[in-house]
Structures are given as structure tokens and as C-alpha cells.
Design a protein. Structure first.
Length: 281
């Protein structure tokens, strides 16, 4: 997720169950066993399970820590613009303003986009808006381990060797030259009917980040948002999503929950406290 400071189930959908030493993900009747990597292990401290031939398949979630600052689903502590990789085009969801069961923002046409905590308390189902166009991916939030290793090998750990937010600005300006990060292709090609080309098997699309919603939600200037302490949040960056029934304007994304000692909400006029059973993204 593009953090505010910068910024299962079946039917072949997705469910991530995290244990201390062993993780299983259920896609329908298929159970995949993952490498025995504890979540406090840095990703670059162990040899990649895929050796020198990493790809999107077989799918393993990124359970190791991309940086010492945190797990992949918490954003990994990204603070630099280079860590936000630029992807030229994809159909993606933006969950950056999801959380409250009530409508937020300043556009009267805004809809409620709640993040409702699941029964086991480990994930939240977040309603997120769908867009097609340029978007950004936090390199430390890549939740497909093979794709993470493959991307870092080309982009560098800080993303500076590929197109990123420091060179490719949201208004189209900047010296946007160079190589597009490898993760972008898998997100753009995401296909619920073809796991071989997808970032996460079974998902309709993937959540990333774009700037299209900022005006509708009265974004605060950097450092001037609502500061929250000891707050549970849903990490939706590069997570699996399903379209809402009968619509492709919104999707529901399954986002792991993590506790943040300090987090800055980028919306003005909102509260850190949400009704029981809901969390901010």
C-alpha cells in the first residue's frame, strides 16, 4: 500500500492464512504449501526459493520482510519516491481512502468504501474504486514472492533503476524514461481465468495506487494529515480483489491487517477511531 505518510473463501478466490512457520493458501480445492520462512526474516537474507529463475508462478506470498521496517502487507516502511514504481497502464483498484462505513471526502457523489474486519480478525474486506490508467506500486509491498525477487533484481531494492514516482509524475511531467518494473506486467495481465499470467491466482484485479481520488477526498499536505497511534490498519497495496456483483466500478479487496504504532491518515476531517469491526486502509 502507498502508506498514508507518503503518499478465506472459495470459488477460486483468495484466502491467506498466516502461521509462524507454515502458510497455506486455498484456491478452491487446491492447497499450496509455502516455504518455511518466519515472518521476521529479511527477504534478502535467504536464497530465493526460485533461484535465478523467479517468476509469478508458482505463487508464494511474500512472508519475509522486504525491509527491516515491516512486512510486505504493511508497506515495508517505504519512504522514498523511487520505491513507488510507475506502471503505465492497468485496470486496478485504489483502496487508499477505504475504511469508514460512512461516506467521507468532499465530493457529494462519493460512496461509502468500508473496510470490514473478517471473522478471524486477520484480514479486512475493503470496498475500493476501480480505475484504468497509470498507477504506482510500492516495491516493498509486492505480495508475490517470485515477482518481488524478479523485480528487485532489475529495479534495485529502492526501485531507482526503473520508472518510479521521482521520474514519472502523476500529471505526466518528469523525465519518465527507462525500464518499467517487471511487476507492472503481471498486474496489468491479471486474469481470473489464467493463473499463468496473473500476479495472484483467482483474483479479478489487483489493488495499487493512483492520484485520481485525491481531490474528491481533500487530501492533506504531507505531514498535515490526521496522526493516529497504535492503530490496526488494512494493508491493501498489491492485494487480490473481486469485482462487485453486476458492476466493474467498485471491487472488494482482501487486505491483511497489521498494527501500526504511528500512521498518518491523508484525508482531512476524519477520525482515527472507526466503529467496531472496521479499520482504515
Amino acid at each position: 500500500m502507498l502508506r498514508k505518510t507518503y503518499k478465506g473463501h472459495y470459488e477460486k478466490t483468495f484466502a491467506i492464512l498466516v502461521f509462524v512457520l507454515l502458510v497455506s493458501v486455498s484456491f478452491g480445492k487446491d492447497i499450496i504449501k509455502y516455504p518455511l520462512i518466519e515472518s521476521n526474516v529479511l527477504c534478502d537474507s535467504v536464497r530465493p526459493f526460485c533461484g535465478d529463475n523467479c517468476s509469478n508462478m508458482p505463487f508464494y506470498p511474500t512472508l519475509c520482510k522486504p525491509t527491516e521496517y515491516g512486512l510486505a502487507w504493511s508497506g515495508g516502511g517505504a519512504t522514498s519516491a523511487t520505491q513507488q514504481l510507475y506502471c503505465a497502464k492497468a485496470t486496478y483498484t485504489n483502496c487508499h481512502y477505504s475504511g469508514s462505513p460512512k461516506v467521507t471526502g468532499i465530493n457529494p457523489n462519493n460512496q461509502a468504501m468500508p473496510c470490514k474486519v473478517s471473522e478471524d480478525g486477520k484480514t479486512a474486506n475493503c470496498r475500493c474504486k476501480v480505475f484504468t490508467g497509470p498507477n504506482y506500486v510500492n516495491i516493498d509491498g509486492i505480495m508475490n514472492l517470485g515477482v518481488y525477487y524478479k523485480t528487485v533484481a532489475v529495479s534495485g531494492k529502492d526501485g531507482s533503476k526503473c520508472k518510479n514516482l521521482s521520474t514519472c509524475l502523476p500529471d505526466g511531467s518528469g523525465d519518465c524514461k527507462g525500464v518499467e518494473a517487471l511487476v507492472c506486467k503481471y498486474i496489468a495481465d491479471q486474469n481470473t481465468q489464467d493463473d499463468n499470467v496473473s500476479f495472484i491466482p483467482g483474483a479479478d484485479l489487483i489493488s495499487t495506487y493512483g492520484f485520481d481520488m485525491n481531490k474528491d477526498y481533500d487530501i492533506a499536505k504531507p505531514g498535515e494529515g490526521v496522526k493516529c497511534q497504535n492503530i490496526d490498519v488494512a494493508g491493501c497495496m498489491i492485494q487480490p480483489c473481486k469485482y462487485e456483483k453486476g458492476s466493474k466500478e467498485y471491487a472488494t479487496c482482501s487486505c491483511p491487517i497489521t498494527n501500526m504504532k504511528t500512521m498518518m491518515l491523508s484525508q482531512k476531517g476524519v477520525s482515527c477511531d472507526l466503529p467496531k469491526g472496521y479499520v482504515w486502509e
